[in-house]
Design a protein around this ligand. Structure first.
Ligand code: AMP
Length: 607
């Protein structure tokens, strides 16, 4: 007897399981399918995406509904269009031997009339996003008054996205005696509240521990100067030539910017966020699935729809505002039995958050060093060697071999290999040979105190936590109002009724001028320059990273940069004065590389 038979599934559903190649039920399937088949219960299941939860609610629903009736009997609510389509596809696959089954997807951004037509044909199961569903109910284009099963999928995410009201409204149109099955990766207060409000004594099923991430994911963090974030990201990518990753940023703006920078630097990158049109998002997702994009830079909300199984790395370019969201992010990798790495790039002021995340995921982070330039060169060289070793010979070359051989007559095998590899290696070597150490001094050290930095100005501002600001909100506020870039505001320290922050001296005048007469909610917002801290500490001990042109002093606009203290000089006119960021990225030009080669496929311009 097949393992899925043992869970109580009927033959035609087991046949679909076999067609799909599923051999054993996943933990969530093992725990929920028998429960849901046996009785009409309410259920709260804590399970991540990638654990097979669609099948866990999908199969019982397919077995329990009456396929011969055209009445809508099952409603599945999911937070995004991508997820909605993904669930619909999965349901169709699971129900492929259910003759007469009609699963309809309802989501925004597509024709409401077409969707209404499909529903009218008799959809036994509707998979919907809350916004469009509410819209269709109000226009009387759907009837969910007879549903028997309601699934709230990714409940925590739906609530995060502000769908509480919509869900309440939608469920008020459903019968009281239906069964409600709630699936969520995490269990914040809001989800418990929904369970209390809409469910009758729900049975709770937990896959792994509550709020815990996948056991297949290891967690690493890299402590860098806030202004070295982007360089660190590039190094992490360069040190992992086969990377296939999602990179998370906090805001749409940062997401777009990081993706644009990566593309400009020759990486196979793409952006995914809510300001893109649906069509643009579809194109990006298609390229990502086809692995034409190796680095997908995404916001948390947009990434919810990513159903790609073999993501090798999740990179937290910035930590999320709510640390619970970290579980969602890291759950993008380590899916379908594979292992994955979730990396976090943190500046010193964020490092305390790592401890809080460890408590949530019940796993320890490994503190890792950002690879040095030479380490990257070594990795790239070895990757190139194994790629060449595994390359299938193209015999179209044969007729030219004699000529090539005579050209290399005076070159030994060793020399030939060295020359051949130098074509590719020299690019990385030239780029990285004199770049600085990006690793930030250990947590106890004060050497990254921006207040000591001659190029940095520290400001006092008369708003604080009692005005509703935490450091992230204040940073966003300052960046937005002052029209500054991502890491231009740093070292934000919020107290009760005031706060401090730094910018480079280059922005000092702009900041002071902007706040000379600035009112918010009828109140003047004051900004003043603070006194520099002790010069002793500033100069004292002078060695190590700081005097070497590395460490925290390495941001853009350092005056000593022009004197060449950092060693490496930019080839052309870079955008910044920082050596690593201004020089031509090693991923960019190569005469040797075939078109569409793995380093630089979408070599398009910024706009
Ligand atoms: P989900 O958590 O529903 O997003 O599922 C993640 C992926 O795992 C999907 O591609 C499913 O088709 C696949 N899957 C679901 N159940 C199983 C299973 N028992 N064995 C192997 N793969 C599965």
């Amino acid at each position: 007897m097949n393992a899925f038979h043992k869970l109580g599934l009927e033959d035609h559903l087991v046949q679909a399981v076999t067609d799909l190649g599923f051999e054993t039920p996943s933990e969530v399937q093992e725990k929920t399918i028998p429960l849901l088949l046996e009785e009409d219960i309410d259920l709260v299941a804590l399970a991540q995406t990638g654990t097979g939860k669609t099948a866990a609610f999908g199969f019982p629903m397919l077995q329990k509904i009456d396929i011969n009736s055209r009445t809508t009997q099952g409603l599945i609510l999911s937070p995004t269009r991508e997820l909605c389509l993904q669930i619909t596809n999965e349901m169709k696959l699971y129900g492929k031997h259910c003759k007469g089954l009609n699963v309809t997807a309802i989501y925004g951004g597509a024709s409401i009339t077409d969707q209404a037509k499909q529903v009218k044909r008799g959809a036994q199961i509707i998979v919907a996003t809350p916004g469009r569903m509410k819209d269709m109910i109000s226009r009387r284009l759907v009837d969910i008054s007879k549903i028997e099963y309601a699934v709230l999928d990714e409940a925590d995410e739906m609530l995060n996205m502000g769908f509480f009201e919509d869900i309440t409204e939608i469920l008020s149109h459903t019968p009281d005696d239906k069964s409600t099955w709630l699936f969520s990766a995490t269990m914040p207060k809001e989800v418990s509240l929904i369970a209390k409000k809409f469910m009758d004594n729900p049975t709770e099923v937990t896959v792994g521990h509550k709020n815990m991430g996948s056991k297949n994911v290891s967690h690493e963090y890299f402590l860098v100067g806030a202004r070295d974030r982007y360089q660190a990201l590039k190094r992490l990518a360069d040190a992992n030539p086969e990377i296939f990753s999602v990179i998370f940023c906090r805001t749409k703006r940062d997401t777009q910017k990081v993706a644009e920078q990566l593309i400009e630097d020759g990486y196979n990158a793409g952006a995914l966020h809510g300001d893109l049109s649906q069509n643009q998002r579809d194109v990006v997702m298609k390229s990502f699935r086809a692995k034409q994009i190796q680095m997908l830079v995404a916001t948390d909300v947009a990434a919810r729809g990513i159903d790609v199984d073999d993501i090798t790395h999740v990179i937290n370019y910035q930590l999320p505002d709510e640390i619970e969201i970290y579980t969602h992010r890291s759950g993008r990798t380590g899916r379908a039995g594979k292992t994955g790495i979730s990396m976090v790039i943190v500046s010193k002021s964020e490092v305390r958050k790592i401890k809080s995340i460890e408590r949530i995921i019940q796993k320890e982070f490994i503190k890792k060093e950002v690879p040095s330039g030479m380490e990257i060169c070594e990795v790239q060289l070895k990757a190139l060697a194994s790629k060449i070793h595994d390359t299938e010979i193209n015999h179209e070359i044969d007729p030219y071999l004699n000529d090539i051989n005579s050209l290399f007559e005076d070159v030994s095998k060793d020399e030939l290999i060295k020359k051949f590899f130098s074509v590719e290696f020299t690019r990385f070597f030239n780029y990285y040979k004199k770049t600085k150490d990006l690793n930030s001094p250990s947590e106890g050290s004060r050497s990254d105190d921006y207040a000591q930095d001659d190029n940095s100005a520290r400001f006092f501002i008369n708003i604080g936590s009692k005005d509703g600001y935490d450091w992230m909100k204040l940073k966003d506020f300052l960046r937005d109002t002052l029209q500054l870039n991502q890491d231009d505001v740093y070292k934000v320290d919020v107290k009760d009724s005031f706060a401090f922050f730094n910018t480079d001296n280059a922005h000092k005048a702009k900041v002071l001028e902007f706040f000379t007469d600035f009112k918010q909610d009828g109140r003047f917002i004051n900004v003043e320059i603070t006194e520099k801290k002790s010069r002793d500490r500033n100069r004292g001990g002078g060695g190590g990273r700081r005097s070497g042109g590395g460490g925290y002093g390495g941001g853009r606009g350092r005056s000593d940069r022009s004197k060449g203290s950092s060693g490496f000089r930019s080839e052309g006119k870079g955008r910044r004065s920082d050596s690593e960021s201004s020089s031509r990225s090693p991923r960019r030009s190569s005469d040797f590389k075939p078109k569409g080669g793995d380093f630089s496929r979408p070599r398009k311009s910024r706009r």
